[in-house]
Ligand binder design. Structure first.
Ligand code: ZN
Length: 247
């Protein structure tokens, strides 16, 4: 039956439904005094089409919402229910506006999430008082994928380390430039990664230094908390570069 409706739409593009008379129709339908070939009416409060006290039977398609102005056109033993073009256009426009508003709302919520994430990263990174230039970095495994990543980029489980952009020496503690704070350049800790890579999230206003999430890096950074001189996190200009550190 819906195939029939589809076929009828070629002729009646605004057709919404096929209706028929109830099994015991009012005698008025058979009176020659009335023209039933083309009738204008309104979908009633219960969402039905009522004519001459008869509730018309829905055979295919769907009846538009209550209050919609519709036109019934006689075909064979039934009627095509078509929405009046002007009201249909208004309804489509209202629906479109509603959808656009929702898309805009979702976008704004996403922007707000990114903004919050960036602010949190900046606040947390500001607590780290590392004495040499540094940025954030991630471990890269031999396969070329980032550790704990799906391969498509960062996810919530990606660990961000402090990546040193200068040599750091403090008593016995020593790291070369291009090392992670948590990892001695002299050993790979048995991990299956080959080098270093540093990257930043894409924030609302562009790149920023990712929030450091490596527990070991955060713990080690604690030793300079009271140091008189320290460097703020900075964006490297070599995003994505691999650091070839000899192990
Ligand atoms: Zn680390």
């Amino acid at each position: 039956m819906s195939e029939k409706l589809d076929a009828l739409r070629l002729e009646y593009p605004h057709a919404e439904a096929i209706m028929s008379l109830p099994s015991i129709p009012s005698p008025i339908w058979f009176s020659w005094s009335y023209d039933h070939s083309n009738m204008k009416t309104v979908v009633d409060d219960t969402g039905q089409i009522v004519m001459y006290g008869d509730v018309l039977v829905l055979r295919a398609g769907a009846i538009p919402p209550a209050g919609t102005e519709v036109r019934l056109t006689k075909i064979g033993g039934g009627f095509i229910l078509a929405e009046e073009q002007e009201t249909q256009a208004l309804r489509f426009e209202a629906t479109r506006q509603k959808e656009l508003a929702k898309i805009e709302k979702d976008k704004e919520a996403q922007r707000q999430r990114l903004r919050d994430r960036q602010i949190r990263a900046e606040q947390e990174n500001a607590k780290l008082h590392i004495p040499v230039r540094w940025t954030s970095g991630q471990k890269r495994v031999l396969s070329g994928l980032l550790r704990n990543s799906s391969g498509t980029g960062e996810n919530a489980r990606t660990v961000n380390h402090v990546l040193l952009l200068e040599r750091l020496a403090d008593g016995k503690f020593e790291r070369s430039s291009g090392s992670f704070l948590c990892t001695s350049a002299s050993g790979s800790n048995g991990q299956d990664w080959t080098g270093y890579r540093h990257s930043s999230d894409h924030g609302v206003d562009g790149r920023y230094v990712s929030q450091i999430t490596c527990k070991q890096c955060l713990k080690l950074a604690g030793r300079w908390t009271d140091a008189p001189e320290w460097r703020e996190a900075e964006l490297g200009n070599d995003e994505g570069r691999d650091y070839d550190v000899a192990f």
